[in-house]
Design a binder for this molecule. Sequence first.
Ligand code: AMP
Ligand code: GLY
Length: 432
Amino acid sequence: MSRLVHTRIGAQSIRIRVTRVSTFDVLLLGGGGREHALARCFAADPAVGHLHIAPGNPGLAALGTRHDIDAADPDAVVALARDLGVEFVMIGPEAPLVAGVADALREAGIDCFGPSREAAALEGSKAFAKEVMAAAGVPTARSRICETIEQATAAIDEFGPTHVVKNDALAGGKGVVVTDDREEAIAHASTCGRVVIESFLDGPEVSLFVICDGERGIPLLPAQDFKRVGDGDAGPNTGGMGAYAPLPWARESLADEVMERVVDPTLAEMHRRGTPFTGLLYVGLALTTRSGLQVIEFNVRFGDPETQAVLALLETPLAGVLRAAARGELDTVPPLRWRDAHAVVVVEAAQGYPYAPLTDCPLQIPTDDTNAWTLQAGTTEVDGKLLSCAGRVLGVVGLGAELEEARSAAYAKLAEVDFEDGFHRTDIGIPH
Ligand code: AMP
Ligand code: GLY
């Protein structure tokens, strides 16, 4: 919308054309590093009027207004969204999705980005994801769904080492054990209820995020996550210790191939079942030596910490794209624009992570630069002091023209973090 107005410069009267950009208010749910990255995008987006965040974290206070509610309580979220009069709700983590927050918002007539509870089972139940992949002809590891430890032991022996044992329930990325040790595999299976035993997939892993509107998807840049806690991929799996994007070693056609072989058939199958998928489909892939690309898992939300690297490179304002997806209108969205650069994010975790992270440890974070900045995740503020409150405490993002430059920028900024009880991997951003 634009109109002509008269104005004066000195003694001269001129006419200028004024364009009014219509804005919308946004409520962002969640409080981790991923949400800090999303909030940075929203805060810089000219289409976003006011940004509200629930519950957020201390790092988000500068970017919007925080609200202290349980983001996984559908009634509380709908009430807050109505009170605030927001036009769009972005759901960050999986817990609200599995709890049906997206369903409740849609029923209330509020646009929201995130799948329905039924569609969120693509992440919430590994068994359901396998069933959809089989029906859609999506390449993935062979698997057995086991209800008893006897069945699990038989499947572990059938597939042989390396053993892959997955808790069927949501476990924050920590319910999977990959090991050559049969006893360890059986021990993990015995701690789960329903368990999925899989054949082992070799090859580098890729995370591809796809913004979906129920019928079609738009892929973001491929990224690589570092799941194990220690350098050289040593130690147990975590939620993710760092990431980088894009992947200089990956073929250019990779995203197109994943769309054709994985995402389009999955969206069609979900549609056929009457549970169309609207939200972020996170495709975790292995590029195997023998059988090409194979899906390791689906998640139904932006990955953490890959999002922190991917969104650092996105030039297109994000909120409008997500809202178009929420409204089933991705066909109206022009191609995304990306910075010609690389991004690395390194996670600073609290000692003891992933099993028993120390909490309430003081930390201080440095000021941001244009090529390196800190995102908060497991932090809380008590009497004006910043303290750790979860396993993954910070993510430090570095940008550079080359991957190595981005890596150096992230590690140089991380060296300025003052957190005695923290640790990080030193090999994030080295392709693996
Ligand atoms: P998931 O929770 O399914 O993403 O699994 C966590 C991590 O376990 C993945 O990122 C992989 O590193 C590893 N993993 C899971 N499934 C397999 C598999 N079938 N073969 C090899 N590694 C796997
Ligand atoms: N980075 C892995 C995840 O978000 O599950």
